[in-house]
Design a protein around this ligand. Structure first.
Ligand code: MF3
Ligand code: CO
Length: 250
C-alpha cells in the first residue's frame, strides 16, 4: 500500500530533506585524498545531530554506520571505516538518511576523489542524468514504471548496466515503504502516480555487468566484475505540478 502524505507531513519531510541535502552538498568540499570513510561518517553524524535529527541508518537491520560510503566497485552499503583511506582517482558513493519528527529523507551522491578518469566522471554524470530522466515522469498521469524505464534508457543508452537487486522505494515514516521502484523495466506498468506520494528514486549504475554480490561483512555490495559503480538518489514528492526534490541543494 502506498501511503500518501499530507501537506503537514511533507513539511516535516522538507525540513528533514534540507539537512540530508546540505550534508551531501558539503561533502563536495570535504571529500579529498587522505580522508577516511569514517571521517565522512563523523561529519554526517555530527551534522544530523546538530540539527536535532536522527541518523536513520544507524542500527537499521543492525547497520553500524551513520551513512554508507561505497568506494569504486562497491555499489551500496559500504561500512565507513578509519582504515579506508580515499586515494586520488577513487570514486565514493555516500548515502545519507535523516529522521525528523519520525519522518525520513534519503539521498545519495557519488563523488570523485581528487583527479578521476574521464571514464569515472562519465559514469557519475550519466548516473545523475538517469535520475533526472526518471524525474520527468514523477508526475500525476504517469505510471510507476515510466520512471524505471526512463532511467534504464539513459543508463543503457550510454553503455552502462543497471543494478537489478536494489531498487528505489516509497519513503515516509519508514525508510522503505511501498512501492518498490526498479531502475529498469517496461514503461506503463504499476500504480498511477498521485499527489502526496513520496519516493526515494535511486539509480545504481555500473560500468560493466549489473551482477552484484555481498561481501563477508554482510553489508557491502560490490560488482561481481570489479568495475566501477555510481549511485544518485533524492527524496521526491509527487505534486499536482512539478515534482519537488527534498534533498537537492544546488
Ligand atoms: N539508503 C539506503 C536505501 O536507499 C539504505 C541504507 S541501508 C542501511 O535504501 F542499512 F544503511 F540503512
Ligand atoms: Co533509498
Amino acid at each position: 500500500m502506498i501511503i500518501l502524505k499530507s501537506k503537514d507531513e511533507i513539511g516535516i519531510m522538507r525540513d528533514s530533506g534540507k539537512v540530508t541535502g546540505y550534508i551531501l552538498k558539503e561533502l563536495e568540499n570535504i571529500i579529498k585524498p587522505g580522508i577516511s570513510t569514517l571521517d565522512i561518517d563523523r561529519f554526517v553524524e555530527e551534522t544530523i545531530k546538530k540539527n536535532n535529527m536522527i541518523p536513520t541508518f544507524k542500527g537499521y537491520g543492525g547497520y553500524p554506520g551513520n551513512c554508507c560510503a561505497s568506494v569504486n566497485e562497491e555499489v551500496v552499503h559500504g561500512i565507513p571505516s578509519k582504515d579506508r583511506i580515499l586515494q586520488d582517482g577513487d570514486i565514493v558513493s555516500v548515502d545519507v538518511g535523516s529522521t525528523y519528527k519520525h519522518y525520513v529523507s534519503d539521498a545519495a551522491r557519488t563523488y570523485g576523489v581528487g583527479d578521476i578518469s574521464d571514464d569515472a566522471r562519465r559514469l557519475i554524470d550519466v548516473t545523475r542524468d538517469s535520475f533526472f530522466a526518471g524525474l520527468e515522469y514523477c508526475r500525476v498521469g504517469y505510471r510507476l514504471t515510466d520512471i524505471s524505464h526512463a532511467i534504464q534508457e539513459v543508463a543503457e543508452g550510454a553503455g552502462y548496466g543497471v543494478v537489478r537487486e536494489y531498487v528505489g522505494h516509497g519513503v515516509g515514516r519508514e525508510m522503505h515503504e511501498d512501492p518498490q521502484i526498479p531502475n529498469y523495466g517496461k514503461p506503463g506498468r504499476g500504480p498511477r502516480l498521485a499527489a502526496g506520494m513520496v519516493f526515494a528514486i535511486e539509480p545504481m549504475i555500473v560500468q560493466g555487468s549489473y551482477e552484484v554480490e555481498t561481501l563477508p561483512d554482510n553489508w557491502t555490495v560490490v560488482t561481481k566484475d570489479g568495475k566501477l559503480a555510481a549511485h544518485y538518489e533524492n527524496t521526491v514528492v509527487i505534486t499536482d505540478g512539478e515534482p519537488e526534490l527534498l534533498t537537492l541543494m544546488e
